[in-house]
Design a protein around this ligand. Sequence first.
Ligand code: PMP
Length: 352
Amino acid sequence: MEAFWNNIRKVTPYTPGEQPKTENVIKLNTNENPYPPSPKVTEALESIGRLRMYPDPAASELVGAIADYKGLKKEQVFVGVGSDDVLAMCFLTFFNGKLPILFPDITYSFYDVWAELFQVPYELQKLKKDFSIDPEDYKKKNGGIIFPNPNAPTGVDMGLSKIEEILQENPDVIVIVDEAYVDFGCESAVSLLEKYPNLLVVQTFSKSRSLAGLRIGYAMGSSALIKALNDVKYSFNSYTMNQPSIVLGKAAIADEAYFQDTRRKIMETREWFKGEMKKLDFHFPDSKANFIFASHERIPASQIFEAARRENIYVRYFNKPGIDNYLRITIGTHSEMESFLTFLRTFIGKTV
Ligand code: PMP
């Protein structure tokens, strides 16, 4: 067995009651209510199926749709309640050794929270001055590696060759690439799955598929790693995916044209917005995500943040050393970005 299996959590999972796929059964095995929910609920959700019953614990319809779309086997896909749930399960499953896991010092702020929660030792790796990840920092003994690509909140992406460099140096641990924003113009590591059995790629429906409210995330990897993940999930909560998420998620995957159209619009708006922000003396690392991470030459980010809020424009400000003079600005519609720029022009004009 490959060495990376030493640190993977192995458990005997809880077995949920059977959810038969056939109709005409008298189903008295999982303490469900025989009566339908309120007619108002069924009215609103008519298209979604029966809510009286527990959903398919394996969410097979959704898993199958994602697997087909990605050209993977269904055994290679794990779904969860947003990628937050998937990533939390990954921490619990794959980061179970004594050596510290590695991730960037400026990155998704949930990683250190999960590491603390699950008591996983971790070591932060400094980003370079230009906010890029240096693969050299990930060539030391460790208990696992995780980073987003493109990174958040910087939007900076890392090419597949650098990801491969990290994978080649780390065959004995699990390497997780968090691709929450990958659909906005950066190359996915899914193509590397066949070559690296210790790689796991995590994506979400929350960003590029406009379904943050539905909570669907998924991990892709070898069927052995996905089984390890499922074993932990079934030891925690069998029914993570609710029926509406399964049905609506599958419908979202089926509409490729809409997906392509909306992500193209966001990328176009982003590129135009970058140009307008430069004219206003903002600087920012080049972003491949649906946000930019911008700092103004003269005006502190905290001041812009507060002033925008007073105008009911909400951007994200992180009061953290190293990034406390930056704003993370999500790319909205063209007209939303126009409104933000109009606010900025006035505000910057007043503070000259
Ligand atoms: N990864 C990164 C890098 C993120 O920024 C987010 C969004 N907060 C997530 C994962 C989680 O997104 P979700 O749970 O909505 O899929």
